[in-house]
Design a protein around this ligand. Structure first.
Ligand code: ZN
Length: 348
């Protein structure tokens, strides 16, 4: 687990806004290259690593991108307006530190919160809208911001941080979906070492957060028979969540998705994943997430249909700057997925 921890730290403290995933792609490529039969980046930017040949064609997919922002306007006084890239909640953004990725390097900044002293009663009662927020990088004019390399189109992200919390828990940004990238990379390497008997395509997709876009093209390159999507998924075990909604909790194992807004999981393939969990001796949690979609939504509709499942590592506080996960769930997802590949190879 030490190695998984180090890889998670390295990947989650790198930046990969949708459409700008190169830094993360390079790290994963460096990690897997020596085990790969082929490594390619397609036009969209998806990283596709093939391992092994012969046996059923299996796609592992994890998305590299993270929720982020794009500068859409620089005003006279040097404030930056931005467009959201992915599902950002204005309530979470207010008062946060951000990094603006300018042409001349990263710049510190914040999404300023209006102090209570000048907030009207009306404003205090409602959450702000995204378009009312701005990033402050300390510039006092548009010229000064531009001279620092900020342009319309510059990305902004949450700043990198990584910390071990109590027990087996860690906190950081972008675990959605760098934790999936870690699981996919470790499974791919293990599959290469034991020659697991499938033609494995480990795919690290782009632009998932803005609408599952990378997966839509990557699946054409791979043309899989089976697919497993690895996701940092919602953990619903925080105070205030009603009992019947708290179906995924930290430390209880990998989440196996039955249904979300983009897919109803093929029941036979779901059963295979459950069998894999049992054989691997790891916990799993059946999950239904109404308001959520994953790359599986695109992948399972490819061609004449692809048997697709989603294996998740529960994370608290998704799409915020600080996520919390339990390393035992990461390990469960890894063992489950590797065992699933063995079962798929036996089916052939
Ligand atoms: Zn995700």
């Amino acid at each position: 687990m030490e190695e998984a921890l180090r890889l998670l730290e390295k990947l989650s403290t790198s930046y990969a806004p949708p459409g700008g995933e190169d830094a993360v792609a390079e790290i994963i490529k460096g990690f897997l290259e020596e085990y790969a039969g082929s490594v390619e980046r397609d036009v969209m930017g998806n990283l596709i690593v093939r391992i092994g040949s012969g046996g059923p064609r299996v796609m592992l997919a994890a998305h590299m991108d993270e929720v982020a922002m794009m500068v859409s306007w620089i005003d006279e006084e040097g404030y930056l307006s931005f467009a959201p890239l992915g599902g950002l909640d204005a309530r979470v953004l207010v008062g946060q530190r951000v990094v603006v990725h300018s042409e001349r390097g990263p710049l510190e900044g914040c999404i300023g919160a209006k102090p209570p002293h000048i907030t009207t009663q009306e404003e205090a009662k409602r959450a702000p809208e995204l378009k009312e927020l701005h990033i402050d990088i300390g510039a006092s004019s548009r010229e000064e911001a531009e001279a620092a390399g900020v342009k319309v189109g510059s990305y902004a992200t949450f700043p990198a941080h990584f910390a071990r919390l109590l027990g087996t828990r860690v906190m950081g940004k972008a675990f959605d979906d760098r934790v999936g990238c870690v699981v996919a990379a470790l499974v791919a390497r293990a599959a290469a070492a034991e020659e697991v008997g499938v033609e494995l395509h480990a795919v690290f997709t782009v632009q998932e957060e803005v609408g599952l876009r990378g997966a839509a093209t990557a699946v054409n390159s791979v043309n899989p028979e089976y697919a497993i999507v690895l996701e940092g998924t919602v953990a619903a075990d925080t105070p205030g969540v009603p009992e019947q909604s708290r179906i995924t909790r930290l430390g209880r194992g990998a989440a196996l998705r039955l249904m979300d807004s983009s897919m109803i999981t093929n029941r036979r393939f779901y059963s295979l994943l459950v069998r894999a969990a049992e054989r691997a001796g790891v916990g799993y949690q059946s999950q239904i997430v109404f308001g959520s979609a994953t790359d599986a939504g695109r992948i399972h509709l490819h061609g004449r249909g692809v048997a697709t499942g989603v294996v998740g590592v529960p994370c608290r506080y998704l799409h915020s700057p600080h996520l919390v996960l339990d390393l035992r769930d990461l390990e469960a997802a890894y063992k489950l997925t590797l065992e699933a590949l063995r079962l798929i190879s036996q089916q052939a």
